[in-house]
Write a protein that binds this ligand. Structure first.
Ligand code: UT7
Length: 324
């Protein structure tokens, strides 16, 4: 027997305000046609004044708890993946824990930019497998609208605000690749690529929050290769092959990246979850948003093998393989 963690519930929250490509063309020299063609993005959501990352997180977490049929008393771990915390400290997860009324176990943030949800899921899975937690909330939440240069068309059209969450619960498995739940995870970082995607401010450097700077082409190239390698790694770790994959949930940054990853893995487009058109790149939130979309659409059948993968600033990357 072996302890596993299974996805018990999912939830999402997108702020009310929608910013379309046409709206953006009033701000910078761009067009709906360029954005759609180069990225697949049609709209993004923008947090209201005074709405914080903890608010988005708590709404997504409550939806996930409701979907799982659990209450705050059942949760004993909160991990929040975010690059846009409410304050420098304490962790935004601590605020989320208090907002939800969770009173057991630790709550902390994980910072791995767009790969943050995979890093947080890996941490939660490891803690559950070690017996350090029974039921975890794993959240990805971001307010990128507050770290964008709204005059830089090469970045401001790409990102949006939002949150997604899952409830991960301990379950007994046999230790084989037919178990339900998280079968394998794989993470990586190459700090030499720091300058390709970063924010030009911070507590120690400028005492300001800064704005996103990106070498788009290099990020694109590495995103495709790192996500493919990560998925191949978790499949190999479980003695499974690409043919065993029922679903791919890649980080939602650009439809061209998503299609290339799907093609390189030999997957039919119908097996790849795509939501980037509806919320743009919400960094650590894209994977739980896309996972929630798939669940709400009733796409996943018991026994399906699902690969989640992401790549982001750092560079960081990773994948998780689940059996539904
Ligand atoms: O989550 C990880 C983080 N991010 C990503 O994964 C993003 C990775 N990169 C990308 O998605 C793409 O590289 C971009 C969408 C950022 C850019 O697409 P591209 O096909 O690499 O375009 P480009 O940067 O080569 O720019 C092509 C042209 C340029 O004009 P010239 O030099 O050819 O005259 C840009 O100035 O498009 C221009 N351009 C724009 N035009 C209209 C750049 N941004 C815009 C814009 N609207 N918003």
């Amino acid at each position: 027997m072996m302890r596993r963690s299974i996805v018990k519930g999912v939830g999402a929250y997108l702020p009310e305000k929608v910013l379309t490509n046409d709206d953006l063309s009033q701000l910078v020299e761009t067009s709906d046609e360029w954005i759609k063609q180069r990225t697949g993005i049609e709209r993004r959501h923008i947090a209201a004044d005074g709405e914080l990352t903890c608010d988005l997180s708590a709404k997504a977490a409550l939806a996930a708890m409701d979907n799982a049929g659990v209450t705050a008393d059942d949760i004993d771990l909160v991990i929040l993946a975010t690059t846009t915390p409410d304050n420098t400290f304490p962790a935004t997860a601590a605020r989320v824990q208090a907002k939800l009324g969770v009173s057991k176990g630790p709550a902390f943030d994980v910072q791995a930019v767009c790969s943050g949800f995979i890093f947080a899921l890996t941490q939660a899975d490891n803690m559950i497998r070690l017996g350090q937690a029974k039921r975890a909330l794993v959240i990805g939440a971001e307010i990128y609208s507050r770290i964008l240069d709204w005059q830089d068309r090469s970045t401001c059209v790409l990102f949006g605000d939002g949150a997604g969450a899952i409830v991960l619960e301990a379950a007994e498995g046999e230790g084989s690749n037919t178990d339900r739940g998280v079968l394998a995870t794989s993470l990586g970082t190459d700090g030499r690529c720091y300058d390709h995607l970063y924010v030009d401010g911070g507590v120690a450097s400028t005492q300001t929050a800064g704005v996103v700077k990106m070498a788009g082409k290099e990020v694109f190239r590495q995103a495709v290769s790192r996500m493919c390698e990560s998925v191949e790694q978790v499949l190999a770790d479980c003695d499974l092959s690409k043919e065993d994959l029922n679903w791919l949930i890649p980080h939602q940054a650009n439809i061209r990246i998503i299609n290339k990853v799907g093609d390189k893995l030999g997957l039919d487009g119908s097996k790849v979850i795509v939501t980037v058109q509806d919320h743009a790149n919400t960094s650590a939130a894209t994977i739980p948003l896309a996972l929630t979309h798939g669940v709400k659409k009733g796409l996943f059948k018991p026994g399906d093998v699902i690969a989640l993968t992401a790549m982001g600033g750092g560079f960081t990357w990773g994948a998780a393989l689940l059996r539904w």
